[in-house]
Design a protein around this ligand. Sequence first.
Ligand code: FES
Length: 175
Amino acid sequence: MTETIVKLADLVKPAAVAAPFVLSDEERHEIEHELSHYPDSRAASIEALKIVQKHRGWVSDEAIPVIAAAINISAADLEGVATFYNLIFRRPVGRHVIKVCDSISCHLTGYEELRDGLIEHLGVRLGGTTPDNRFTLLPICCLGACDRGATLMIDDDLHGPVEPAQIKALLEAYP
Ligand code: FES
């Protein structure tokens, strides 16, 4: 199957969405809790972004200045962190994000078969989200488990080695 040119980077580019953004009480409380662990609030910026992503699935452009104000850094600085850290999603994703490793070791241990099996099972291309908003499928570089290829992550769970025949049962654990 021909590999698409949709990449993780396409999803981490800021999207043009105009909506007012307000941190929930829970988000604000969790961010303040993280801040208490860091002497420099800048060091808490990734955690603050992760907190918002955990609650909303992604981090909109409108969220950046609000989060930045909450941790007392500039919006430009936080934008830089969000852009650099490619697991902060800047566009909406499905309830579960599948990241399939496309680096060299996994290429040698079944990446293409696994990728094609996922594409066929989900009915979406790389970068796509299923119509029921359940899964987003993304390629990603080395997951640091090269001895377990072919590997993938679903949300924060690392799986490997994964054979195409295991895809259906594996995904059933993520409703
Ligand atoms: S190359 Fe796939 S986990 Fe390292």
